[in-house]
Design a protein around this ligand. Structure first.
Ligand code: HDD
Length: 690
């Protein structure tokens, strides 16, 4: 320890020094640091000296801590886990990752699309669902979304889409939302986006949790077996917890309650051992099937109804470890649709083909080096090596002279390096199952790509009435936010008339505009049989697994009611969260005290899937004077949740405008079963939907 005042902390107290066996703080070059509190000055009150390499290195490094955020999907949350292949599909694919019983390490990153890295978790937005499989034959990245179709058919439109949806160029708002002029100006001029818009305006873009949403590879890919035979495939992730979304008002309020709602949900689930799981399903088909469809399977704005090609489950994804470091892993992970492995191949989908260029390119500007594959989160877990050399941030130290190929260095006893392998190496399918057409060089789209509305109609007509009302209302909300461009809402409604006349009328009514002329369709839409798989409501699970129940209590609450409710919720796999005006809790009826998990003002009911109110008469009287308590109940009711309330809580329910229905129960077993669902039937009575 050196002498004098320079070794003292800001408060003037001597700073604790490392004892012999503690790790010593050093500079990046290994020089031990004696004082991490004070810069080197000329005299006690003099200027700081340029020679202070400890200060300069620390500030220099700090100044460069941020890297460019992703142009899209900037806000994301990641987790480690594994994929286990559970079915033998060797007749379809030779990929090692699909060998029955094989466990492959994965890293998954979920994201929103439009907002910046510091934006909120719950805007109305598509969610990214990107999975990196570290297979024994190299990394396979399945870079998908929670929606099976996309806004555009050709990658050349991607910059326009993204410019239009992100904050407007001059005013830099709105953040993380599509409800503004430029997005709808663009979308209303792009009929091919209509199918995706139907999904985007549905509650699919308001997932309750990453754990409760589906994932999709979107494009048609190929599976290739050991004989080189290729089949077409669509890839699906099916959440074990079932589908669950919030509703719009709830999502808006969630933004206020917790910016990190979904990130926290994922982290806490993994942290507490409730490992999220998805099954991987495949839809496999051949060229004959493809040719018989009224849509083109190479068109990413189209899906293949599960009723036509059932989803076959081939494995399970389990997320069981949180990142050790957000930046090193979640931020630096680089997903590349070009990362495929023997046994899987691309198709000529023009959106996919453009992506094959974009992602590799973006990593160079984002991570600053062509050696981004050496960052631990990106590096393959299998051995890898070639003759690519040098570049910024090279961390490998290849020995010897072999940096070219062919070479005959081995004949001389030197290391000759790796060689290509005809049998193990990746081979592009040369004879695709069917014709990936080639011919003249043309800037065109295939004929069936021109049908922009049939599947949008299929999607809308496959929804429950409650879901249809949400879609119509979302269009009204979003188009109502179009401020300056009067021509946009009618143009959008004119497109919607091709989807469904009733939808168009509801949106026009909601906007208060006349129904415009129907937009001419490039190809007349056709009616397709409806598909139950497209509805969230038909694919929800009545369960408390993964769900949280908020229990409001106050001074004098009945101890045994409270304790048995907590036990009953937990017995069903739910998370019981105690909420009280004071976080330190309150004395209960029997004199004992329970600590709250959350203080009422900061723990509103939108954070929960269902709520209970367990209060005494006096406790209730006190809560009547607390706006947060009234709001707690009012929002739970408005967000269509179960409410379990003791008789003493009735004045609070009355003040909150709660009307009795099957979701409003006593705080006991009946509440625990009601808490497993939402009460969408309640909505028309309490909200003006379009
Ligand atoms: Fe993309 C990131 C998903 C079309 C260009 N995309 C990105 C991520 C996901 C997707 C999940 C975030 C990955 C992560 O967590 O790091 N993108 C999709 C899907 C698409 C799609 C499902 C259509 C089916 N994307 C698409 C096109 C282009 C891009 C057509 C460009 C032509 N996407 C990018 C990008 C990003 C990206 C700019 C930003 C950061 C990154 O790649 O690594 O290159």
């Amino acid at each position: 320890m050196s002498n004098g005042a320079t070794n003292h902390g800001a408060g003037g107290e001597p700073h604790q020094q490392a004892s012999g066996d503690e790790q010593v703080l050093t500079t990046n070059h290994g020089v031990p640091v004696s004082d991490n509190q004070n810069s080197l000055k000329s005299g006690r009150r003099g200027p700081t000296l340029l020679e202070d390499f400890v200060l300069r290195e620390k500030i220099f490094h700090f100044d460069h801590e941020r890297i460019p955020e992703r142009i899209v999907h900037a806000r994301g949350s990641g987790a480690h886990g594994f994929f286990e292949a559970t079915a033998d599909i060797s007749e379809l694919s030779k990929a090692a990752v699909f060998k029955k019983g094989e466990k492959t390490e994965v890293f998954v990153r979920f994201s929103t699309v439009a907002g910046g890295a510091g934006s909120v978790d719950t805007p109305r937005d598509v969610r990214g669902f990107a999975v990196k499989f570290y297979t024994t034959e190299g990394n396979w990245d399945l870079v998908g979304n929670n929606i099976p179709v996309f806004f555009i058919q050709d990658a050349i439109k991607f910059p326009d889409l993204v410019h239009a949806v992100k904050m407007e160029a001059d005013r830099a708002y709105p953040q993380a939302g599509s409800a503004h002029d430029t997005f709808w100006d663009w979308a209303s001029l792009m009929p091919e986006s209509t199918h995706m818009l139907m999904w985007a305006m549905s509650d699919r873009t308001l997932p309750r949790s990453f754990r409760m949403m589906e994932g999709f590879g979107v494009h048609t890919f190929k599976l290739v077996n050991a004989d080189g035979h290729a089949s077409f495939v669509k890839l699906h992730w099916k959440p074990r917890l079932g589908l669950q979304s919030t509703i719009w008002d709830e999502a808006l309020k969630l933004q206020a309650a917790d910016n990190d709602y979904q990130r926290r949900d994922l982290w806490e689930a993994i942290d507490t051992g409730a490992f999220p799981q998805w099954d991987l399903g495949i839809q496999v088909f051949d060229q004959a099937f493809a040719e018989a469809q009224p849509y083109d399977v190479l068109d990413a704005t189209k899906l293949i109804p599960e009723e036509d090609v059932p989803v076959r489950i081939v494995g399970t994804l389990t997320l069981n470890r949180n990142p050790d470091n957000f930046f090193a892993e979640t931020e630096q992970v680089a997903f590349l649709p070009t990362n495929i492995v023997p046994g899987i191949d691309f198709t000529n989908d023009p959106l996919l083909q453009g992506r094959l260029f974009s992602y590799l390119d973006t990593q160079n500007s984002r991570l600053g080096t062509t050696n981004f594959h050496q960052i631990p989160i990106n590096a393959p877990r299998c051995p890898f090596g070639n003759f690519q050399r040098d570049g910024k941030m090279q961390t490998q130290v290849p020995k010897g002279r072999a940096n070219y190929e062919p070479n005959s260095l081995a004949a001389h006893g030197e290391e000759g390096g790796p060689r290509e392998s005809r049998d193990r190496g990746f081979r592009t399918v040369t004879a695709p199952s069917g014709s990936d057409e080639q011919g003249e060089k043309l800037r065109v789209r295939a004929e069936l790509f021109a049908d922009h509305y049939s599947q949008a109609r299929l999607f809308y007509r496959s929804q429950t009435p409650a879901e249809q009302a949400h879609i119509a209302s979302s269009f009204v909300f979003e188009l109502s936010k179009v401020g300056l461009l009067d021509q946009v809402p009618p143009r959008m409604v004119a497109n919607l008339r091709n989807v469904d006349e009733d939808l168009a009328r509801r949106v026009a009514d909601g906007l208060g505009i006349d129904l415009p002329e129907k937009a001419p369709a490039a190809r007349e839409p056709v009616d397709l049989p409806s598909s139950g798989a497209l509805s969230i409501h038909k694919n929800m699970k009545e369960t408390l697994d993964g769900r949280a129940v908020g229990i409001l209590f106050a001074e004098g609450s009945d101890a045994s009611t409270l304790d048995s409710l907590v036990a009953a919720v937990e017995a069903e796999g739910g998370k019981a969260v105690l909420v009280s005006p004071k976080v330190n809790g309150a004395p209960l009826s029997d004199g004992s005290k329970r600590k709250a998990d959350g203080q009422l003002a900061g723990t509103p009911s939108q954070l929960f899937d269902a709520v209970a109110v367990v209060v005494s008469e006096d406790g209730c009287a006190a809560l009547l004077k607390e706006a947060a308590a009234v709001q707690f109940v009012m929002d739970a009711f408005g967000h269509l949740k179960a409410i379990g309330a003791s008789a003493e809580a009735q004045p609070l329910l009355d003040k909150a405008g709660v009307q009795k229905d099957e979701g409003v129960t006593t705080p006991d077993g009946s509440f625990v079963s009601a808490a497993k669902r939402r009460f969408y039937d309640r909505e028309p009575a309490i909200r003006m939907l379009a």
